[in-house]
Unconditional design. Structure first.
Length: 218
């Protein structure tokens, strides 16, 4: 059993609604800085008003034209992406040691949660080794980015549901010029937004639990 597993509780899931980016980022950093060995993990589900976020590896040339949308340089990995209303953002604030996870394994679990959700609606999706995220017929539907500090993570994934995709054309999404993007509604998924939020959290939690069970069997 991994360190801390004896007191392991399932993460607390919080639905925060539409919240500004900067204070949410500040809250993630504060939570991670102040957490103790027995602090319960959390998963936050929310939406952001329009904002571009530029990761630590982000290159300025990947922002083609902000068109007045705020640009925030942040501490996650990866390049530039867009957040806006109608997109599910799931932030995972986990002690990775509890779950026996490294960063690559966590990325795969996050991708798999989206892939499994889409599969439940008859949509085939996949991850890519060269570009983290989830893709449907080559178009990106979910983006990922994480920050690890003292064995704990924050940030997470964004999943396009029913949004204005135009701002993605103002950037090279995740550093890839001309990368197509898509969303759940354009794939015929009509499930209400809040239900998709719950489903995404449920799929991710199930994958975490399964991962822990596998670890304990070895």
């Amino acid at each position: 059993m991994k360190p801390g597993a004896g007191i392991l509780l399932a993460p607390s899931v919080k639905f925060l609604g539409l919240v500004e980016y900067q204070p949410t980022w500040d809250a993630m950093r504060q939570f991670t800085a102040w957490r103790k060995p027995d602090t319960r993990d959390e998963i936050w589900l929310l939406q952001h008003p329009p904002v571009f976020t530029q990761g630590q590896a982000g290159k300025p040339e990947h922002l083609l034209n902000a068109h007045g949308i705020p640009v925030v340089k942040i501490d996650r990995g990866g390049q530039i992406t867009y957040h806006g209303p109608g997109q599910i953002v799931m932030y995972v604030l986990l002690d990775l040691r509890r779950w026996g996870l490294n960063v690559r394994q966590l990325v795969r679990l996050l991708e798999r949660a989206v892939i499994d959700l889409l599969a439940g609606h008859g949509v085939q999706a996949e991850g890519r080794d060269d570009a983290p995220g989830v893709y449907v017929n080559g178009a990106k539907i979910a983006a990922l980015g994480l920050k690890i500090k003292n064995g704990c993570c924050y940030h997470g994934l964004s999943f396009n549901v029913e949004m204005d995709l135009t701002p993605f054309s103002h950037i090279n999404p995740c550093g890839y010029a001309g990368l197509r993007v898509t969303q759940a509604r354009d794939l015929g998924i009509t499930t209400p937004f809040d239900e998709l939020e719950r489903d995404l959290a449920r799929h991710f939690m199930a994958l975490l639990e399964h991962r822990l069970e596998q670890d304990e069997q070895h």
